[in-house]
Design a protein around this ligand. Sequence first.
Ligand code: BTN
Length: 257
Amino acid sequence: MQDLYCSSQLLTALSPLPHPSVFVFEEIDSTNLEARRRFLEGDCGYTLLLANRQTAGRGRLGRSFHSPSAGIYLSLLAPVDPNTLVSSVSVTCAASVAVRRAISDTTGKQTQIKWVNDLYHNGKKVCGILTEAVTIGDRAALIVGIGINLRPTNFPDDLQQIAGSLNETTVSRTTVVSSLLHHLIPFLTNPSDHSWLEDYRSASCVLGKPVSWTENGVTQTGTALSIHEDGALSVRDNSGSLHLLRTGEISLRALEN
Ligand code: BTN
């Protein structure tokens, strides 16, 4: 299916933002890297970068993100006030809710959120989000990178048990991205808007579940309790102590067996 992005429709979706721009690449190393390069070269505006495929897609914790042409790969470069502390974890959480709403609105499919940045459908990861902060001199920006496995995809052997696709063949990528921007922009432009929290909590597949995590090199087990406004996850370990997780990741112990 011919599935090019429609820049004019995307610019309309970006219109609540001042002076937005859109760039579409057939192939690029990573839209997050390209956003960083543009920011460091002086790009000060809201910039949406989309790629048909990535050759070096980046995931959290130094991982790679498999990015064949069946997916949606985008980064939104968003200038922020360097004096205002914006938690990239909370932006990632808000973006998870925006992607979840967009998938539901445009495909009717429901996804679950695994703290902090993963969306699951039918037990497989279908979306990952990588939010990075970048500063130079007195300028700062957030780069919100989102990858969605939209079309049927053949994953390499090492990903087959983990990664899945929404298997959507009809909805256009422009439609999904426009909906995503519609849901994401209000959260980005108003960091004190925590209305994503309720959806995040109700779509979470970890709250109340037995989980494991690694803190200071030590693997612990316990139960996921709640998500805070800044995106932190509170967990209780099996000896009853509370921990607030802001980085790293958790494993759902039930899924490990
Ligand atoms: C993860 O699952 O750990 C996060 C994956 C984030 C992937 C997206 S795809 C678009 C953007 N460009 C990248 O290189 N990474 C993000």
